[in-house]
Design a protein around this ligand. Sequence first.
Ligand code: SF4
Length: 75
Amino acid sequence: MRKLTLRGGPRIAVDDDRCELYGICQWEAPDIFELDRDGRLKYRRQLEPDDYDQAAAAARCCPMQAIVIRGFSEE
Ligand code: SF4
């Protein structure tokens, strides 16, 4: 069971030192990530609980393991 653990809702962060801008996160979670025309990754940091599955899929698929989600625990 997933449990919200952070006041204000779950948050997502991308480690810029790891991210190589492959854009896989955008394919997995188009409501959260967007690789813009200038090659910059934009993303929504504050997540709604309904975004969790997309965010988790993006984090799982990121080849650089650059995506971190905080505020949810799996029980
Ligand atoms: S999938 Fe990972 S490495 Fe690729 S753009 Fe997204 S965060 Fe960066």
